[in-house]
Design a protein around this ligand. Structure first.
Ligand code: TEU
Length: 541
């Protein structure tokens, strides 16, 4: 298989609101990002995935786009964007834009025109349906409002669809004109020098809404193939689709080069390991490490010979991994990093993860920004729950918890802004911050930096074969990577309790440790004594 740049690179997600403010308005911006490029270069990342900075009324912090070809003044100008691409490029960092094409803002001119006039050219860019017996066309609900996903339009007497908030209107991918308009817009960005797209809720594109289906529509893969052909086909481009509905098999389908669709997708199987299957967002259960391991490994197996996995623990929608799986311990943050970066695939780091930033809790609903969390809070209250009860549930999944500003230093505003931050800074920034960690040999940051470099310089990590170890104890995640004669062992004790064990495979003799999260591993492969959250990568002979 031809080697792509994204098989040796690590991608870093920036949530622009919270990364670095340069003008004191309390909201991060493009110039802020530019001022931190040296930090990212030092970390060693190969690409930035930039969450949306397009013109937007910000009903969902930019995931409601009103103009795909303009930068929101909140973040800067198109000239700033060009400078970001240029300055990042000088430092060997590519730029990946967030492509939100399942829906637009209700303020997008396409929708404004469509609503004004049922004969408008862009009317069929959206999904319209007649009432059924005077009611909504069907029972689809919107996760971001709690109510029907259909909104009645007085003027035309039809309903339009919005699966997210009332300000995020679903696009109709069955319209060839819409598809061409999207491809044109994508080419505009490709021509500006970007190196990839992250495709928001890609599995919802081409939905078969009239059969109540919102994911995996009958033409989804046809549309992705067409998109590939009409846009990035001749470039070495990274495309990663967000697909909550994808199992490992579907993940392979999207990313198998033969199909000419995407480079990879985000597959969320592992996020169920501490959630009640099919339960509400706040219904969690103690982490099932075996289920987590299974989910990670199944992705590796499914894409062993075709397709390519993405590797991630966190993003702007999920709780911080070190809080979720590691009780906020720095040693657990390092363990998580080692387990993930040892796998085959492209690792994604969510800003602050490299510092061990933790999930922030909200005390009252007044301080909550997340559109989804606020809607769920309203529903819970309507059902008679007290404010305290509702907040306790909210704090399990509230997306604000991973969106607090980057913790650059220990000063009151964490070096993020000189103004009032749009979302409160996590109190732990006095300990967890870049100033304290960059250059400190034993920091979480140092572990990430080392892992990124290791991947860049180690063909075995890039393309080596993955092998699971059978029969290891429940709390341990262990696997090997192999390339030619070279064999590496990755082991992690995912629990806070120590453990002694002998790994099943007898033919393992340790050559040397490449990285670990304790000063001196006590382990002697294949007999291991692992301390709480201990993890390492070792070369075998
Ligand atoms: O998220 C997709 C999605 O399905 C979310 O509902 C996700 O499951 C939820 O946020 C987890 O609590 C994408 C974006 O990543 C998210 O930020 C957007 O709000 C959403 O699409 C709509 O564009």
């Amino acid at each position: 298989m031809r080697q792509h740049w994204w098989q040796s690179a690590v991608v870093y997600q920036i949530y622009p609101r919270s990364f670095q403010d340069s003008d004191g308005d309390g909201i991060g911006d493009l110039n802020g990002i530019i001022s931190r490029l040296d930090y990212l270069q030092q970390l060693g990342i190969g690409a930035i995935w930039l969450s949306p900075v397009y013109r937007s009324p910000s009903a969902d912090n930019g995931y409601d786009i009103a103009d795909y070809q303009a930068i929101d003044p909140l973040f800067g100008t198109m000239a700033d964007m060009d400078r970001l691409i240029l300055e990042a490029g000088k430092r060997g960092i590519r730029l990946i834009m967030d492509l939100v094409v399942n829906h637009t803002s209700d303020e997008h001119p396409w929708f404004v025109a469509a609503r004004q006039d049922p004969n408008a050219e862009t009317r069929d860019y959206y999904i319209w349906a007649d009432p059924v017996d005077g009611h909504e066309p069907n029972a689809l609900t919107s996760g971001f409002t709690g109510g029907s996903a259909w909104e009645f339009d007085e003027r035309s007497g039809q309903y339009f669809l919005h699966l997210f908030s009332r300000q995020q209107i679903d696009l109709n991918w069955a319209s060839p004109a819409l598809r061409q308009a999207v491809y044109q817009m994508m080419n505009f960005w490709i021509d500006r020098g970007i190196a990839g797209f992250r495709l928001d809720v890609v599995d919802m594109i081409g939905k078969d809404w009239c059969h109540n289906g919102v994911v995996n529509g009958p033409h989804l893969h046809e549309y992705l193939h067409e998109m590939n052909r009409k846009t990035w086909r001749d470039r070495d481009f990274l495309t990663v689709g967000e697909a909550w509905s994808a199992d490992p098999e579907l993940a392979r389908g999207y990313s198998d080069p033969q199909n000419q669709e995407l480079s990879m997708i985000f597959q969320f199987g592992f996020t169920w390991a501490d959630r009640v299957l099919g339960g509400a967002k706040w219904e969690t259960q103690p982490l099932d490490i075996v289920a987590l391991k299974q989910a990670l490994f199944e992705n590796q197996w499914a894409m062993a010979s075709a397709g390519w996995p993405s590797l991630f623990w966190s993003n702007h929608d999920l709780p911080r991994a070190v809080t979720r799986y590691g009780q906020n311990c720095p040693v657990a943050a390092k363990m998580l990093a080692i387990v993930l970066h040892g796998l085959r695939g492209t690792p994604f780091i969510y800003q602050g993860e490299e510092l061990g930033m933790t999930s922030a809790m909200s005390e009252t609903i007044e301080t909550v920004d997340d559109v989804e969390a606020r809607a769920i809070y309203r529903q819970l209250r309507k059902r008679g729950e007290s404010a305290g009860q509702a907040m306790a549930k909210l704090n399990v999944f509230n997306r604000d918890q991973a969106r607090t500003p980057m913790q650059w230093d220990a000063t009151p505003k964490a070096g993020f802004t000189t103004g009032t931050p749009w979302l409160a800074i996590n109190a732990d920034h006095t300990q967890v911050n870049a100033a304290a960690e960059v250059g400190a040999a034993d920091s979480v940051w140092a572990t990430y930096r080392q892992l990124i470099a290791l991947r860049r310089h180690s063909p075995i990590l890039q393309t080596g074969t993955f092998g699971a170890l059978e029969g290891d104890p429940e709390q341990i995640i262990a696997y090997t990577r192999s390339l030619g004669e070279e064999r590496w062992l990755i082991v992690a004790n995912f629990a806070e309790t120590p453990i002694s064990t002998t790994l099943a495979s007898p033919a393992m003799h340790l050559d040397r440790y490449l990285i670990s999260n304790y000063a001196l591993p006590e382990s002697e492969v294949p007999t291991l004594r692992l301390r709480p959250y201990e993890a390492f990568i070792a070369r075998l002979k």
